[in-house]
Write a protein that binds this ligand. Sequence first.
Ligand code: PLP
Length: 364
Amino acid sequence: MKIMPNRLDRGFLRYQEEFEKKAVEVLRSGWYILGREVSSFENEFAAYTGGKYCVGLASGLDALWIAFRVLGIGTGDEVIVQGNTYIASVMGITINGATPVFVEPDEFYNIDTDKIREKVTKRTKAILVVHLYGQASDMKSIMEIAREYQLKVVEDCAQSHGACFDGQMTGTFGDIGCFSFYPSKNLGAFGDGGAIITSDADLAEKVRVFRNYGSEKRYYNRVVGTNSRLDEIQAGLLRVRLSHMGELAEERVMICARYLQKLNNPNILLPSVREGATHVWHQFVIRTDRRKELIDYLNERDIGTIIHYPIPPHLSEAYQYLKAGRGCLPITELYADTVLSIPLYNGFTEEEQEYVTEAINSFE
Ligand SMILES: *Cc1c(COP(=O)(O)O)cnc(C)c1O
């Protein structure tokens, strides 16, 4: 049996007829940019998250950098963010000329809220919260700190569609929630896509204008914006996927409950979930000091794995200018050296999972 870390084809095949019908409908409509599908998706996604306004964009990275741009955060400003994140979170900050200030993660792989206050300076303008791997961060503590220091809060929900803290959905706590619909995300398109949600009408309007060359009315440009539009085909296909999010999310929870129940190997640390938080399992991330051996062992059995992420942003070549060398963030660096994401996808069969579980349990 060959097991890949992810199988996007399974996600397509399950609703193939609906996806194909929608694609043909959009193709035949003659309207391909900013039309009915995008505005319907925006309304439906806002309703799904409990957010007030949603604006569709071209990618998750765009959602992040445009969020900071419309909040007026740029050169000379600092933004607090966890050290262990996908590099896009950090680029969303630095594209605007602002400086990321890294905080170590907790045992749930999200920002350690006990370590935020010591990083706040006169220049700190915002906290970027990343709900990594699909688990909601401790939003109660984060919002308390933000209120105390009057900081903006931007949420990176690229991995957390549907995850809640104290019953409230991620993306709706801060000023702006940023989403990606990259194909492998829990709510994935068939190409690039992204969105922001916010409860602030003024911010929503600013993003709406900014994504379309800063233009509200055709050929009248209010600000120097960008081209970051979600297209009609992706929006239409996302509407199909969103209509099935309930069952898709449930399936992932069931698969991960089985992993948690059946994986049993003293060499491996399993993920855990914070009280008050829910986890939508974008990834099932284990940790082991013998990662290289485990990867090779699983490869020999045709089981693929991925490391999310092998090089933390502060150690990447791109961010050498920050001068945050190895040793700056020991927990972040330890995680980068020991985490491993094992196969997980909608349509993962019990038989496939059994094969993976047995292989991991017999690794010694
Ligand atoms: C995927 C991802 C992004 C970027 O989204 P794109 O749509 O690929 O630009 C940002 N942050 C995190 C945490 C992600 O996983």
